[in-house]
Design a protein. Structure first.
Lengths: 426, 523
């Protein structure tokens, strides 16, 4: 967007001030810190996580009792524990490169893909886990951009899953071209509707969305208990919905047990759409204006109430889509406890991603990887799965308090205003 | 006279900016030194160095002839330096006593706050210096002028000998300014020394013993008021000749742009603050609303611009009464609004300058096409406006928060005045701005009038109203008390009305207009 020559009609009004001030046309500068700080926060989280790994490892502790006799041994054993734990995390979430290359060779030699499938299994599973994360993360991020703190993504996720499942199993004999979009839409509508109520209450009565969305979460959990034990229960003893029709399933790329499905690319597409909506359209301009300064938004003639409702509905619909992707792509049915923290972790995702769609996608992949690797870390290295929660928690602390990261790595404070994350009580 | 404070060779660099460039300043005992300079001239940086909030890159500070190093406010206070900030550092839900003792709490037995003895000292201080306050009053219940007195008591309570007053008159009414000046004189009488930071020339001429002018981080020189005049000071301050009077021809008013009949408006606390206002503004004239702040001007403007709903009454814009007037409908009728609070209403500080320049028109072509924003058009328009209205910004991509107050205001002025408008409602358009910016904005407003736009100017600065207005309405307690022609208006008469004196009574002491045109300075 360079403008080298001044057009004649934009000739400045003659003020002597012009002489004092030479107007420079410096190019747009991007804020690299919005990438740098989260990256450093993740790194620091992993480093501190390593200490936890060492100090919770019973095999390592005896060496520390003799630390002064043989410090090298203690350090060596610690290092081995860390390498083993993170190695298992890596193997469980991304896979092993030698195995992958060997599998590729086998495939070209014999045409047998089974080894290849096995090699890519860990990484595809991580992506499967990150797909709903992307969507719920976007849900919270849109709320933050609009100045609203949607804690209700968990409930909206659950309602979206139930909505999708209902469309998925109740319609029968429909072409996938119609059934799948309908099922996805069902999730978006259910999630959006669940967020509409808090939005309406905020817009009309000023009820704080944090309180109302938490309430709506509990209503969603209890409502789902009833639905899964009653109207939506499949035949059998367990409180589950029936398995959805094949026509409503998101197609998978590989045969069982690989579950990698279109949901991941769908989520990326939605992220791109949200980026376009937020930053390239007048709807997004209004959302961001209302979020950053509602007084100025009102001054500019924007309708604050309508925007609040819109933001909540879009946010809820995104969380609902997360539920849809999880049920239509991964699980194919809904049971109790289905939401499994996807909506709550989303708050962390939005924070790490600085409420930017690209940031949310990257953070969601990270969380998918951590979630995918946690199980193998426990089974292969004997590290408690909770270490992953500790690392996630540390990352969030560092994101929420960037001053710590700035102090450790001596990163200067940016001149730019940080994005406004939801305002307080008013 | 002994020197109580000597700053020599103070230099402070920020990334890309030389905020203070070898500044030398001396303060004698019992002296009022005015530190004069435009926004961004380095006054605040210098005082923050003195107060220990910044560390100087070079230079020394001497207090009573002894070199000291100040690492924080605690050190500054220990050296007898006290600062009264422009934005008060008071806790509204605490009493005066509690605020004064905050940080230096005196206790009985180490636990119980000794409010009684603190209260006694506050009374002593307030008697000694004529600082009237009620120690048991809550900060939230007392007027701004009194809050400032509490701030002064706070520094005196900490035994300050040198007082720094940072833009102390910015938030005060004319009467409160008088009161402050009396306090300053009594402080001087008791041997205190004062540094008075300001950019208002008139005040400087009135109160200072000596004036040091800063420009772009450098000290341009020191003068005594009797050897100088406002024009000379302004030239020193801005670095070029400044026209302190607004040049304008006689207004050629045409049709009615705004007609207000018997308007009643309630404020947020449900108080009836606009109490039956009737007025009209014609195309091609500037109607100024004079009045001490808080007499319903804010609520009147809110009602006129659709930000709040009037209780009763009629608002006609270009002869038409809008049904359900919203800010957008009013805007689309050709009304521009320069809001009173630029950071609350006028700008979205976390948005780049170019987004702020289309805040009111982003949804219209050519800035929007369908649902998509036309970023290229928005940016190129913004670049033109930034040039045209000489907004000092590195580029249009930086956030509005990075601009100085004057340049933020220029962004708003550029946005509101560049649109084709029939009526401009400008509320305190130059609040807190420096001479250069004020001069510029006044020119723009007069230019807009000459193009045939109606202007409703609201300002508590009587000088500004007199300098710009073709007709002046005085507002007191929610009513328009009188409307007088702006030409040869008698300031004294306006002052009396603003203070609540009735028209008859005011007329019995002084006429509406003077016989001879008085050249009014804006500053």
């Amino acid at each position: 967007m360079k403008k080298d020559k001044k057009t004649p009609e934009s000739k400045p009004i003659e003020t002597p001030e012009q002489e004092l001030y030479v107007h420079q046309k410096a190019p747009r500068s991007y804020n690299y810190q919005s990438f740098l700080i989260p990256t450093l926060a993740v790194l620091t989280g992993l480093i501190i996580g390593a200490f936890f790994i060492v100090f919770t490892d019973l095999k390592v502790l005896p060496y520390y009792q003799q630390f002064f006799k043989d410090p090298l041994a203690a350090l060596l054993v610690s290092w081995q524990a860390i390498v083993k734990a993170y190695g298992a995390l890596f193997a469980g979430s991304i896979g092993s490169f030698p195995a992958f290359f060997a599998a590729v060779q086998v495939y070209f030699a014999s045409g047998d893909p089974s080894a290849l499938y096995k090699a890519i299994y860990p990484f595809t599973e991580s992506l499967v886990a990150s797909s709903p994360y992307i969507l719920t993360g976007l849900a919270v991020a849109v709320g933050f951009r609009g100045g609203l703190f949607n804690i209700g993504a968990e409930g909206q996720f659950f309602m979206g899953a139930l909505g999708s499942a209902f469309v998925g199993y109740s319609l029968k004999g429909v072409s996938p071209a119609i059934h799948l979009p309908l099922a996805i839409l069902g999730g978006a509508i259910a999630g959006g509707a669940w967020a509409f109520l808090p939005g309406l209450l905020k817009a009309k009565t000023g009820a704080h969305e944090v309180v109302t969305t938490i309430m709506m979460n509990w209503i969603a959990f209890r409502l789902s208990d009833w639905l899964l034990n009653g109207p939506m229960k499949a035949t059998g003893y367990r409180p589950l919905t029936p398995v959805i029709e094949e026509s409503a399933m998101l197609p998978r790329f590989f045969p069982e047990p690989l579950r990698f499905h279109w949901g991941f690319f769908f989520a990326i597409g939605i992220a791109f759409f949200i980026w376009w909506l937020l930053f390239k359209t007048k709807i997004g301009y209004e959302i961001r204006a209302v979020g950053a300064n509602p007084n100025a938004a009102k001054y500019a003639g924007m309708n604050i109430s309508n925007n609040i409702i819109l933001i909540m509905v879009v946010s809820g619909a995104l969380a609902g889509l997360g539920g849809a992707v999880q049920v239509l792509g991964t699980d194919h049915w809904v049971g109790q406890g289905f939401s499994a923290g996807f909506g709550f972790d989303a708050i962390a995702l939005a924070l790490i991603g600085n409420s930017h769609p690209l940031g949310v996608v990257l953070a969601a992949i990270l969380f998918g990887v951590l979630r995918g690797g946690a199980t193998s870390m426990q089974s292969l290295a004997g590290i408690p799965i909770d270490i992953i929660s500790v690392i996630q928690g540390l990352v969030i602390v560092f994101i929420a308090a960037p001053i710590i990261i700035r102090a450790i790595y001596r990163v200067g404070a940016p001149h730019k205003e940080e994005v406004v994350h939801a305002r307080g009580w008013k | 006279m002994p020197k109580v404070l000597e700053l020599s060779g103070i230099t402070k660099r920020f990334p890309g900016v030389l905020a203070n460039d070898h500044i030398d300043i001396t303060l004698n005992k019992g002296e009022i030194l005015a530190l004069l300079g435009e926004n961004g001239a380095g006054k605040t940086t210098l005082m923050n160095i003195l107060y220990g909030l910044y560390k100087p890159d070079e230079g020394t500070i001497r207090v009573n002839g002894k070199e000291v190093s100040i690492h924080g406010p605690t050190d500054a206070i220990a050296q007898g330096i006290g600062m009264v900030h422009q934005h008060f550092m008071l806790i509204p839900v605490m009493t005066v006593t509690e605020n004064v003792m905050l940080g230096v709490e005196q206790t009985k037995g180490g636990v119980i706050l000794d409010k009684v003895s603190v209260e006694k000292r506050i009374r002593e201080i307030s008697d000694q210096y004529g600082l009237e306050v009620d120690p048991s009053a809550y900060i939230k219940d007392i007027p701004v002028g009194t809050q400032q007195r509490v701030e002064i008591i706070k520094v005196l309570f900490r035994h300050a000998e040198i007082l720094i007053l940072d833009e102390p008159t910015a938030v005060l009414t004319p009467q409160e300014v008088e009161g402050l000046f009396q306090v300053i004189h009594s402080l001087i009488d008791k041997g205190k020394s004062i540094i008075f930071i300001t950019h208002k020339l008139k005040e400087v001429m009135e109160i200072a013993d000596r004036i040091t002018v800063l420009r772009q981080g450098k000290s341009v020189g020191s003068v005594r008021p009797k050897d100088s005049n406002p024009e000379k000071l302004a030239t020193m301050m801005v670095g070029r000749d400044v026209n302190l009077t607004v040049e304008k021809t006689e207004a050629k008013p045409k049709g009615v742009a705004l007609e207000v009949n018997d308007l009643y408006v309630r404020d947020e606390r449900e108080n009836l603050t606009v109490n039956g206002v009737t007025l009209d503004v014609h195309l091609g004239e500037i109607l100024g609303i004079a009045g001490v702040q808080g007499n319903g001007q804010t609520e009147l403007v809110y009602a006129l611009t659709g930000l709040s709903k009037p209780e009763a009454g009629e608002i006609k814009i270009l002869g038409e009464t809008l049904k359900k007037p919203t800010p957008r409908k009013i805007l689309e009728k050709g009304v521009a609004h320069v809001p009173e609070d630029r950071q609350k209403h006028g700008l979205i500080l976390s948005f780049p300058v170019y987004d702020n320049l289309v805040l009111c028109t982003y949804y219209l072509p050519p800035f929007s096409k369908g649902v998509t924003l036309q970023e290229k058009t928005i940016i190129s328009t913004a670049e033109e406006l930034v040039d045209q209205y000489s907004v000092r910004t590195p580029n249009v991509y930086v956030n509005a928060s990075t601009l100085s107050g004057g340049n933020q205001q220029k962004v708003i002025i550029a946005r509101e005045l560049s649109r084709p408008t029939k009526l401009v409602i400008a509320s305190q358009p130059t609040r807190g701005l420096d001479v250069g910016s004020i001069e510029y904005i006044h020119k723009q407003i007069v230019k807009k009038r000459d193009e045939g736009t109606a202007v409703l100017l609201v300002s508590p600065e009587l000088d500004e109203i007199i300098a710009l207005s073709d007709r002046i309405a005085v507002m007191y307690k929610g009513r328009i008390v009188d409307v007088v022609p702006g030409i040869r208006v008698n300031r004294q008469y306006l002052g009396l009305l603003m203070a609540g004196i009735s028209v008859e009574e005011a007329l019995s002491t002084t006429p509406r207009q003077t016989t001879e045109a008085e050249v009014e300075r804006v500053f």
